[in-house]
Design a protein around this ligand. Sequence first.
Ligand SMILES: *Cc1c(COP(=O)(O)O)cnc(C)c1O
Length: 231
Amino acid sequence: MNNFLIENYHTLLNEIQKVAEKSGRDLNSIKLVAVSKNFPSDNIKTLYEEGHKDFGENKAQELREKYEDLKNLDIVWHFIGRIQTNKIKYIVPIAEYIHSVWRMKEIEEIQKKAEEINKTQKVLLEINISGEQSKAGLIPSEVEAFLQDATSFKNIKIIGLMTMAPYTDNVEVIRNVFRSLRELRGNLNKKYPSIKELSMGMTNDYKIAIEEGATLLRIGTRIFGNRYLPE
Ligand SMILES: *Cc1c(COP(=O)(O)O)cnc(C)c1O
């Protein structure tokens, strides 16, 4: 079991390196977030012992449990899931990065907790590039106005943008989503220089994401295997 995990991990790192080289990307500008949701703390520990520190979780409760299990390790936790406002008080003390923020009430709650514990919370704004109603995220035309308000909260630092591509085999559709996120960052970055990161690319589309400029890859299945529990 652990050998399988370690092998997957190193194979993935090699693939990331290959794609980065081929597309002229500096490998140091690409960080892998190992998405450990639904997998036990032991698996995180196994990868940690291989030198990996960045892990992603999408549920506040699971994040808290794993944090408790592993709190003697210097893991960098990323919260990547849908946010329930009443759980923000549990997420902020643990997560170095929150990738999936897009509602002003989330910003307000993050500010409240971050101020209370005297922390500057790093946040990425989730963007719904395709504008599908069912998807989370700000649509691109809303982002500027949102930032005008969101950047006034002193315990929050907005460091980048996050998106999820639609689930499709159509590479060009996926590429267009990632490219649009990069272009949006380019536009916003002039006014908001702290917006640098692009969190995009999962198991099925991370190679395209690297080619299109991803700086944070969120990859689970490719490392840990299939998840059997519902999302
Ligand atoms: C589960 C999840 C991932 C990882 O997906 P895989 O396809 O398993 O690599 C990435 N981002 C978010 C927001 C997720 O919920």
